[in-house]
Design a protein around this ligand. Structure first.
Ligand SMILES: [Zn+2]
Length: 303
């Protein structure tokens, strides 16, 4: 047993190879990391929130490998999802453990990471929201780890709403500016990321799509399981398509070139954006695949 370098809980570990190790943490889940992970984390003096975000990410992306590179470029920059997204994530986690509607699930440390919380007090706030919306019921004991959680009818209905949107579709609609110099963004990053996750990328014909929203676009969005929207250059069409998809309850993956982030319309800045630069398309591809798989699991199109 050793200490998880992220959440400091006791965890199992194994050397995977000379420079990589495998960790199995009750809070962060299973992940692999550079053998010198303690030193890498220690040097960076991460805040409690940064560690909680990394723990949340690891819990949602089983088997993730931490390297010094993605630690700096990605993990320590993770943004906290919205409060409601965190509550949904916790609800989904409890439901996944329930063998039947009404089953009582005992608290464990994974609840903290699934709700992206820094500690048990914060988890309490997320839990309180689920209780007041009558999505869960908690049998409170003298110690939190003895508490039992039960998903209520409202919770199951909420989960059905979350999953109903085109659950059988394997299409990912791509909304972006289709100028020539952004072609490689689609060809080298977005399309292969969607394919790697096991879904079919769909983009509208370049010639026809000039910020004109027609019935074909509307129909294709309706048919899709999710939308990948790249806001670089801030085309009105992209804003419309992402908003339309949100209105339908579809998941939207928000992308923007790093230097262009500052120009995002104020109203959408709170979303979790995957930022990219011209020389990190490979990283963008990988992150997008992970996010898609993290939310929907591997799609049916994977051979
Ligand atoms: Zn941990």
């Amino acid at each position: 047993m050793e200490q998880c370098p992220i959440c400091l809980n006791k965890c199992k570990s194994n050397m995977w190879s000379r420079d990589r190790k495998y960790l199995d943490c009750p809070q962060c889940g299973k992940y692999t990391a550079d053998a010198k992970i303690e030193m890498l984390i220690g040097r960076r003096r991460l805040t409690q929130r940064q560690k909680a975000n990394i723990s949340g990410w690891l819990a949602e992306n089983e088997g993730y490998e931490i390297t010094s590179e993605n630690l700096d470029n990605f993990l320590i920059k993770l943004k906290l999802p919205s409060f409601i997204d965190r509550a949904d994530s916790l609800l989904c986690h409890i439901a996944a453990r329930s063998d039947f509607a009404g089953a009582s699930i005992q608290f464990d440390k994974s609840f903290i990471s699934r709700a992206w919380c820094v500690n048990e007090e914060e988890l309490q706030a997320v839990t309180d929201y689920l209780i007041t919306t009558k999505r869960i019921f908690v049998i409170i004991e003298s110690q939190i780890w003895l508490n039992k959680y039960k998903v209520l009818a409202n919770g199951w209905i909420r989960l059905e709403e979350l999953s109903k949107t085109n659950s059988k579709s394997s299409q990912g609609f791509v909304a972006m500016c289709f100028s020539d110099d952004l072609k490689s963004l689609y060809e080298e990053a977005i399309a292969p990321a969607i394919s790697d996750a096991g879904y079919l990328p769909h983009k509208v014909d370049l010639r026809e799509h000039n910020d004109k929203i027609d019935d074909e676009i509307i129909a294709q969005i309706r048919r899709s399981k999710f939308v990948v929207a790249d806001f670089t250059r801030h085309r009105g069409g992209v804003y419309f398509e992402a908003g339309f998809a949100k209105g339908l309850g579809l998941e939207v993956f928000w992308l923007c070139e790093k230097d262009d982030l500052k120009n995002l319309h104020f109203d959408i800045r709170q979303y979790y954006f995957i930022e990219w630069t011209n020389d990190n398309k490979e990283e963008l591809k990988r992150r997008l695949t992970l996010r898609i798989e993290g939310l929907f699991g591997k799609g049916p199109e994977k051979s």
